[in-house]
Design a protein around this ligand. Structure first.
Ligand SMILES: *Cc1c(COP(=O)(O)O)cnc(C)c1O
Length: 473
């Protein structure tokens, strides 16, 4: 496909009859004397160009998208309609509280809903993503220890954690202590005890963890940490698995971030920006970024009066459009949020049981919303997990997350989400079984996949090390 620059045919896309504004007052030295060099095409040609480009993309509206840990669930279109309402979409961020009562009310009520769901006492909606929420949470933990005159340096993180966890803690100048998982794929309590001392500020845990396994000993872990004067951080990106059943507060956590763009059905990845609100227990409320949204029984307002605030972590008040969509989703689902988790878990277990005949399943236990297969069996025939992932693209299916978590060889991490039908799940099973069979009978086909996509096999190393993103004629 040609770029829009190559397609340029010097037809003016628009006709300017009069100069739209008077530029006489500008010094001629700063005025452009040559043409800008923008592509010139008629409106219809421009539309066709971008339609063709978008047709090459894969999206949830096109096919199954079981990208583990990313929760690529269906995003109800009514959310988009609500987020585009004039009063939301065109509200100026500098508007006064008086002029923004509707938007502030929505944010306040979203804060309240997230408190109920997490069991926590205070919320900031500012962070723009999960990793940004982690950073905010770790800054809060750091500020808390400073306020009580303790200079704890260490943060414990299990080896199954998302890579953003150690990165966020490190940015806050903590030293990372990694602990191994046990044979059940859970935190090894003895390994935890062995590294626990008065220099430990916190542990960062994902529950269910990234193997899709629920940490059965979470209460024992929280007691150990709290007895040591340490705090517990909950990576809530996997909240999809437990909504309405339990919450981080009941498990003993002090700080949690949620991924609105995963659990609460607001599109992400190529589909839009995210939001990673952070919720905290009572004693950490004073450290939240300012402002938080308050309500005095009469009007909603931005509350800057937060005693030990770590300061703002995002321009204005977070990605507001995402907040509107998440709030709409919560209201629309109501008590059925619990059923969403139920079906997410059911769908994952259904796929796991169907696929474990053909693929290795290193942790053969009931899973939560996702599970991790290993491509080791197929590797004997020369077919790697990468080849399996590429082959799925030929079957109108987005590949699962691969080679993560790092503790599983040739990992294939599958998360179907609750929004898929039994029929779709069965189609996916058929495709995966077909690929497993082909690994034995026709490995060459898989090794050279994908065959039907607009872009075929790319050189992964070159693409990562020397990306060539610039068009030059
Ligand atoms: C997605 C994810 C994150 C990071 O969230 P972003 O919004 O991508 O920054 C962190 N932890 C886990 C377990 C995740 O799945």
């Amino acid at each position: 496909m040609k770029t829009i620059f190559e397609k340029s045919n010097n037809v003016d896309g628009i006709t300017l009859t009069d100069m739209p504004c008077n530029i006489d007052f500008l010094d001629s030295s700063i005025l452009r004397s040559e043409k800008v060099g923008l592509p010139q095409l008629g409106e219809l040609e421009v539309l066709r160009h971008y339609k063709e480009l978008s047709d090459k993309n894969f999206c949830i509206e096109k096919g199954f998208y079981p990208l583990g840990s990313c929760t690529m669930k269906y995003n109800p279109k009514v959310n988009e309609l609500l987020a585009s309402l004039d009063g939301f979409a065109n509200l100026h961020p500098f508007s006064t509280d008086e002029d923004s009562q509707g938007a502030l009310e929505l944010m306040y009520k979203l804060q309240e809903a997230l408190k109920v769901l997490t069991g926590m006492d205070g919320v900031t909606l500012q962070p723009a993503a999960g990793a940004h929420g982690e950073l905010t949470g770790m800054m809060i933990i750091k500020a808390y220890f400073e306020s009580i005159g303790e200079n704890r340096k260490k943060v414990i993180i299990p080896d199954s954690a998302h890579g953003t966890n150690p990165a966020s803690a490190k940015i806050c100048d903590f030293d990372i202590v990694q602990i191994a998982s046990n044979e059940k794929g859970q935190v090894d309590i003895e390994a935890l005890k062995a590294v626990l001392d008065k220099d430990v500020a916190a542990i960062m845990l994902t529950n269910p963890n990234t193997l899709g396994i629920y940490e059965e000993n979470v209460l024992e872990i929280s007691k150990l940490m709290h007895d040591n004067g340490s705090l517990l951080y909950y990576d809530g990106a996997n909240f999809n698995a437990i909504m309405g059943y339990t919450n981080p507060k009941l498990m003993g956590f002090d700080v949690v971030h949620l991924n609105l763009h995963k659990t609460f059905a607001t599109p992400h990845g190529g589909g839009g920006p995210g939001a990673g609100p952070v919720c905290v227990v009572e004693k950490l409320k004073d450290f939240l970024p300012s402002p938080v949204i308050g309500y005095d029984g009469d009007r909603y307002f931005r509350n800057y009066d937060i005693k030990n605030s770590i300061g703002a972590v995002k321009g204005f008040y977070g990605n507001f459009g995402v907040l509107v969509k998440a709030y709409a989703y919560i209201l629309m689902m109501g008590k059925n949020l619990k059923e969403a988790s139920e079906n997410a878990v059911l769908n994952a277990n259904y796929l796991k049981e169907k696929l474990k005949k053909a693929y290795d399943l290193p942790y053969d236990v009931p899973c939560m919303h996702e599970f991790v297969l290993s491509g080791d069996r197929q590797k004997q025939f020369g077919v790697s997990t990468l080849n399996i992932a590429k082959s799925l693209m030929d079957e109108n299916t987005h590949p699962p997350t691969v080679y993560f978590p790092l503790i599983v060889h040739e990992a294939i991490m599958i998360e179907p989400t609750e929004s898929e039908t039994r029929q779709k799940l069965d189609e996916f099973v058929d495709v995966m079984l077909k690929i497993a069979k082909e690994a034995e009978t026709n490995p060459e086909k898989l090794i050279s996949a994908p065959h039907t996509t607009p872009v075929k096999r790319v050189d992964e190393t070159q693409a990562a090390r020397h990306p060539d993103l610039k068009f030059t004629e």
